[in-house]
Design a protein around this ligand. Structure first.
Ligand SMILES: Cc1cc2nc3c(=O)[nH]c(=O)nc-3n(C[C@H](O)[C@H](O)[C@H](O)COP(=O)(O)O)c2cc1C
Length: 256
């Protein structure tokens, strides 16, 4: 039995996780948010983690998840999707797993459309196309339980400056953690609450309200059909909002 724990805002990591799961026998997908709500001793022999890179590191909720993960797998893999620079995300994953007594045996990165900066449609399509053979290769490697951690790289500069400086900028300059809704645009469709993997969005009087448990994945921003949600001053106009073309809303709702 196999399990892939994932976090995904615009669907890139979920798509990669689905392709890997498709090559494994009896593999289920579980959101990292779901595990964090109810941690348990994982019995699966194969454990995978698929998530995006944030600020040259793992998303903080993924780090929290790894600190809680109880598992004794015979094979463990980690895949990060990213706009172009993983910093030390896989190194961080390898260290966090080691602290739980788990050895990361296979690790890889996949370049996919960047859901923070947003990129032109034409370039996005090329990136999605270019990612396909990488994802297929990764899925095949994992199906064969290949051992390869060459993508796990130390990057002291990112550790010392990149990650903390980027988060500082996002929080203090972009006010990124302040999720807001344009009440005039919002039609109360519930999609943001349905897809939030952290269950951090509640509908109050037909409008979303945000709790204190945000994964910063920007899922609600990208999936909102009315472009009504913003993350602080981060301006993602319609041309910058992006969701993976092969991921749909029922898939995003996942195991909720
Ligand atoms: C808050 C935030 C920070 C990000 N930081 C990085 C980064 O440091 N390096 C990078 O290559 N991509 C970065 N990205 C882009 C995502 O890693 C990339 O688009 C990823 O594939 C998104 O996956 P998802 O759709 O599964 O959430 C960042 C995205 C967000 C939302």
């Amino acid at each position: 039995m196999a399990v892939i724990f994932y976090l995904s805002g615009s669907g890139n990591s979920l798509y990669a996780a689905q392709q890997i799961a498709g090559k494994l026998e009896a593999c289920r997908l579980e959101t990292i948010g779901s595990y964090l709500r109810e941690p348990y001793a994982v019995k699966d022999e194969v454990v995978g983690i698929v998530c995006p890179v944030y600020c040259f590191a793992l998303p903080p909720v993924v780090a929290q998840f790894l600190a809680k993960l109880k598992a004794k797998p015979s094979y463990t893999f980690g895949v990060v999707t990213m706009g172009g620079n993983q910093g030390r995300a896989l190194k961080q994953m390898s260290e966090a797993l080691a602290a739980q007594g788990i050895t990361l045996q296979y690790a890889q990165t996949v370049v996919m459309p960047d859901n923070f900066f947003g990129i032109p449609l034409e370039k996005r399509e090329k990136l999605i196309e270019a990612a396909e053979p990488t994802i297929i290769q990764i899925a095949q490697d994992i199906a064969l339980a290949k051992r390869d951690v060459t993508a796990v790289k130390e990057a002291y500069l990112w550790k010392l400056f990149g990650t903390s400086a980027s988060w500082w900028y996002l929080k203090n300059r972009l006010n990124f953690e302040n999720m807001t809704v344009d009440a005039a645009k919002c039609v109360g469709c519930n999609i943001c609450a349905d897809i939030c993997q952290m269950e951090n969005i509640t509908m109050v009087a037909g409008k979303p309200t945000f709790g204190n448990n945000c994964a910063n994945c920007l899922g609600c921003v990208h999936w909102c059909p009315q472009s009504a949600i913003s993350a602080g001053k981060l301006t993602l106009d319609n041309s910058k909002r992006y969701v993976h073309p092969k991921i749909n809303l029922p898939m995003m709702k996942g195991d909720k």
